[in-house]
Structure formats: structure tokens, C-alpha cells
Design a protein around this ligand. Structure first.
Ligand code: AMP
Ligand code: TRP
Length: 347
């Protein structure tokens, strides 16, 4: 069950989250992030969701593909249930407060903190001399995304936990360095049965839009046949499902499929294992394939429909950006005052 959102500090509850349009949306994005975004919106909390195009270019993007992926991700958000009238939905580059505060946070964050980021180490690998400076600074821009709105809660998948800890450290250091209580200390919201959806080919690797194998993931643009086929061909093992979750301890692929089932069906993994105790994958996989098609197909069709009118998507993103700017601009202007920048154009 999602825990009720609490705000320990004197800041009003505000949700912010982002997804990179560096490829198509996956089932991992949907179960780890998007489903939660919709839930928070529907609970009536103020929600701000961002397609972080500035983050996407930390690794080179083909410009035409980036434009397409940004619109497609926006369509995916709306198709999944984000209502642009209730949530603010926009693309990051259109609200300059993000990069302005991002630079200031580059000057607050310490090299040592950045060097500990496991996502950077994973992405840079042995190639760390040759990746962009932006990839290294990426988590400071992410902190700026959140703090430009003084957001208090950030729904994300498990892999973003360390970045949110860094965001807390940056906010604390800024507040201390300038003797203010200006930024809230953000709470990660990592909820649901599938906070880390794994690859369908390897239960020890995260499902990712950048995996070279398309068989490893379900894309929100996959048609019903493709979804069903990918699930039927997903790596599993020869044993029947056990009757407790403990029995899945050393079976990462089986555990992943049970988690996916639970998240799609809005059940807990324990409820799924109770229901399917003793079942072979020959039974469980077709049931999962049916469930996935039932839940995802309407989203895919709606995305396709929305993508027929890219101008309308751009209009929605633009309107969202104007609303986002109205919140972020005064916050970043106050930051300029706090740190000693003369706002000479406004005197
Ligand atoms: P990204 O696609 O890396 O921009 O991630 C956007 C959001 O989706 C973040 O909140 C991630 O934590 C979440 N996410 C991405 N992949 C997965 C996954 N395999 N399982 C769960 N959440 C994920
Ligand atoms: N780093 C996140 C990811 O790759 C995307 C992101 C950028 C984000 N800015 C954010 C997520 C702010 C939450 C809040 O998954």
C-alpha cells in the first residue's frame, strides 16, 4: 500500500518528477514511475512532471529522434492518465530556471559527492575520460529540477535513490552555507511492487531503454502481439512457482515476473504467489501476457492517436512550461538575492 505523503518540514507538499526522453518509455518507467505519477495526481496533490530533455543530451542524441521521443513520452504520460489540466507537464529546456539553478548547484555540490554516484560509474564504465562533463554534473541538474519548485516529494524507481540523497545533501549545504531555511529536504517516494523492473533476458540487470536487445524490455509502443511474445519468451527457469516469496530468493527472473504481475494487477507479490503457488511457467506466463496486454494496449493505442497531432502535444507542453515557469522563476530570483547576485535588470 502506498504510504500517505507526509511533509515533515514547513513546506507545502508538492510532487516533482522527471523522465529522460532518450528513447521510448518502457514497462520499467511505467511501473516504477508513471503509475505513481498518476496516483499522486489523482490523490489531489500538486504534481509537476517534466520531460528532462537537458538530461537526455548528457549522451549525444540525434536531434530529430530527441524531438520525436519527447513528444512520444508526453503522449505516453497523457495516455497513462496524466491530465495536463491537473498536473503540470512540460519539457525541461523551456523553463530556464532549471539550468540556472543547476549551475548554482554545481558550485554547491562537492567533487567527492559526485564521484560516488553509482549511475555515473555504471554509465561511464572504463570510458570515464571520454564521457561528457554534463553526465558527471547530471545529478546536480536533477537536484535543481526538484528545488526550482521547492518540491517535497519525488516519485521514482529504486535506481534514483542515491540521486535523491544527493539532492538532500545539496539542499542542506545550500541552507547552511547561506544561513537560510530556503530549500526543503526532499523525500523519495519509492513505492509499489515493481520499483526495479529487471530485463526480460537477465534478471540481474535493470530493464532499460538503452539495452541493445529489444527483447529485454517491453516498450509502451509495442503492440499486443509483441508484448505477449516477449513475455512468453522471457527468461525463466524450469521450476514451478513456490508458495512463498522466500522460495524466489535465488530465482531473479521468476521474482521479476511475479513483481511485474503484481504491479500490473495492483496486488502485492505475496498475493500473486499465493494465487499461483505450484503453477508452471507454461501457465503463469500466458496469464501474465494477457494481463500485460489488457493493461498496456489501451495506453499504446491512445499514444498512437495522440501522436497524430504533434502540434497539440507541443501546445500542451508549452502551456505546462508557462505554468512551471510561473512557479520556478520567483524561486530562482530569490536564490539570486540570497547568494549575492545583483538583479540589475529589475532595479
Ligand atoms: P529514466 O528512463 O532513466 O529517465 O527513468 C525515469 C524514471 O523511471 C525514474 O524514476 C526511474 O527510476 C524509473 N525507471 C526506469 N527504469 C526502471 C526500471 N527498470 N524499474 C523501475 N523503475 C524504472
Ligand atoms: N535522473 C532521472 C532518471 O534518469 C530523471 C530525472 C531528472 C529526474 N530530473 C529529475 C527524476 C528530477 C526525478 C526528479 O531516471
Amino acid at each position: 500500500m502506498p504510504s500517505p505523503v507526509q511533509t515533515p518540514q514547513a513546506f507545502p507538499t508538492r510532487i516533482f518528477s522527471g523522465i529522460q526522453p532518450s528513447g521510448g518509455l518502457t514497462l520499467g518507467n511505467y511501473l516504477g514511475a508513471l503509475q505513481r505519477f498518476v496516483e499522486k495526481q489523482d490523490e489531489g496533490i500538486e504534481t509537476i512532471y517534466c520531460l528532462v530533455d537537458m538530461h537526455a543530451i548528457t549522451t549525444w542524441q540525434d536531434p530529430a529522434k530527441l524531438r520525436h521521443a519527447t513528444r512520444e513520452a508526453a503522449a505516453g504520460f497523457i495516455a497513462a492518465g496524466i491530465d495536463p489540466a491537473r498536473s503540470i507537464l512540460f519539457n525541461q529546456s523551456q523553463v530556464t530556471a532549471h539550468v540556472e539553478l543547476g549551475w548554482i548547484f554545481n558550485c554547491v555540490a562537492r567533487m567527492g559527492w559526485m564521484s560516488r554516484m553509482t549511475q555515473f560509474k555504471d554509465k561511464a564504465g572504463k570510458n570515464s575520460e571520454n564521457v561528457s562533463l554534463g553526465l558527471y554534473a547530471y545529478p546536480a541538474l536533477m537536484a535543481a529540477d526538484i528545488m526550482a519548485y521547492k518540491a517535497t516529494h519525488v516519485p521514482v524507481g529504486e535506481d534514483q535513490k542515491q540521486h535523491l540523497e544527493l539532492c538532500r545533501d545539496i539542499a542542506i549545504k545550500f541552507n547552511n552555507d547561506y544561513g537560510v531555511n530556503f530549500f526543503p529536504i526532499v523525500e523519495p517516494v519509492i513505492e509499489g511492487a515493481a520499483t526495479r523492473v529487471m530485463s526480460l533476458r537477465d534478471g540481474t540487470n535493470k530493464m532499460s531503454k538503452s539495452d541493445p536487445s529489444d527483447q529485454s524490455r517491453i516498450n509502451l509502443t509495442d503492440d499486443a502481439d509483441t508484448i505477449a511474445k516477449k513475455i512468453r519468451k522471457a527468461k525463466s527457469d524450469a521450476d514451478a512457482l513456490p508458495d512463498t516469496l522466500d522460495g524466489l530468493k535465488d530465482r531473479p527472473e521468476a521474482r521479476n515476473l511475479v513483481n511485474i504481475f503484481a504491479a500490473l494487477a495492483n496486488l502485492s507479490p505475496t498475493q500473486v504467489i499465493t494465487q499461483y503457488a505450484g503453477a508452471q511457467f507454461g501457465t503463469f506466463k500466458p496469464a501474465l501476457a494477457d494481463l500485460a496486454v489488457e493493461k498496456l494496449s489501451p495506453i499504446t493505442s491512445e499514444m498512437t492517436r495522440l501522436m497524430k497531432d504533434p502540434a497539440e502535444i507541443d501546445r500542451i507542453l508549452g502551456a505546462g512550461a508557462a505554468r512551471a515557469d510561473a512557479i520556478a522563476r520567483p524561486i530562482v530570483d530569490q536564490v539570486y538575492d540570497i547568494i549575492g547576485m545583483i538583479r540589475s535588470r529589475q532595479v
